[in-house]
Design a protein around this ligand. Structure first.
Ligand SMILES: [Zn+2]
Length: 172
């Protein structure tokens, strides 16, 4: 937001394309005001800590990528080792306490680091995503539930929702 000289998105002027479904995405929703419901959070789960922010008003886009060096290891190797144990569940209460104490210190250190040391940030060419549309709902002829018009399928010549249409694929 500092790089784009913008503030929290009250409307849909700031759009974010996220490339993972991890906890960082929650931060973007809370801090940047980009959310699925507002139509300005686009999730492409590619398993990357990469985020493209688009300022619709100015037509500028930046891509933010987490630097490859594992930070916790660099800051506190012991915390990194304990983290693996905590995540794996094979940890003593004393080790758990030590991990959370060390993690709090690591967080403080991360927050004090200059942003360029944490992420690569660069301007990128980016098509401006369309604003969210509102579609009419129609009733599925099979289950009776309402479904947005752009999500219906046809089955035996009748309008149905996606689950009622059933999967069909030949592995291509
Ligand atoms: Zn249905």
């Amino acid at each position: 937001m500092k790089t784009l000289s913008t503030s929290r998105s009250e409307d849909e002027d700031l759009v974010c394309i996220v490339e993972n479904d991890a906890c960082g995405v929650d931060t973007i929703q809370a801090v940047a005001g980009c959310s699925v419901g507002k139509g300005n959070l686009i999730l492409r789960d590619l398993g990357k800590h990469a985020y493209t922010f688009i300022d619709r008003k100015r037509g500028r886009a930046i891509r933010i990528i987490q630097r490859p060096e594992p930070l916790i290891e660099r800051i506190d190797p012991r915390a990194s080792e304990l983290r693996a144990k905590v995540m794996g569940g094979a940890v003593t209460p004393a080790e758990r306490d030590e991990f959370y104490a060390r993690q709090a210190e690591v967080i403080e250190k991360i927050l004090a680091i200059e942003i360029g040391e944490l992420f690569h940030i660069r301007d990128v060419p980016q098509d401006i995503p369309e604003r969210a549309k509102i579609f009419k709902s129609v009733q599925c002829t099979r289950c009776g539930e309402m479904v947005a018009e752009d999500h219906v399928r046809m089955k035996d010549g009748k309008v149905v929702c996606i689950p009622c249409a059933g999967e069909y694929g030949r592995g291509w």
